[in-house]
Design a protein around this ligand. Structure first.
Ligand SMILES: [Zn+2]
Length: 64
């Protein structure tokens, strides 16, 4: 019984078996999703640094 899944990128139905790019329909959709994920990853450290700096300042003030 062939199993079909919906590609998370383009929502097209593709077969799960013999699909090296599952759950994506093609390597293109896989790269698109990977690229979006990588962008998110690059954004988060920038935000974290800002948050950590603010927290450090507050900690120092409470100590003194
Ligand atoms: Zn696709």
């Amino acid at each position: 019984m062939p199993l079909h899944v919906k590609c998370p990128t383009c929502r097209k139905e593709c077969s799960w078996d013999n699909n090296p790019h599952r759950p994506f329909c093609s390597d293109r959709c896989q790269l698109i999703d990977l690229g979006a994920w990588t962008e998110e990853r690059y954004r988060i450290p920038g935000r974290k640094v800002e948050t950590q700096l603010g927290e450090d300042e507050e900690d120092e003030r409470e100590d003194r």
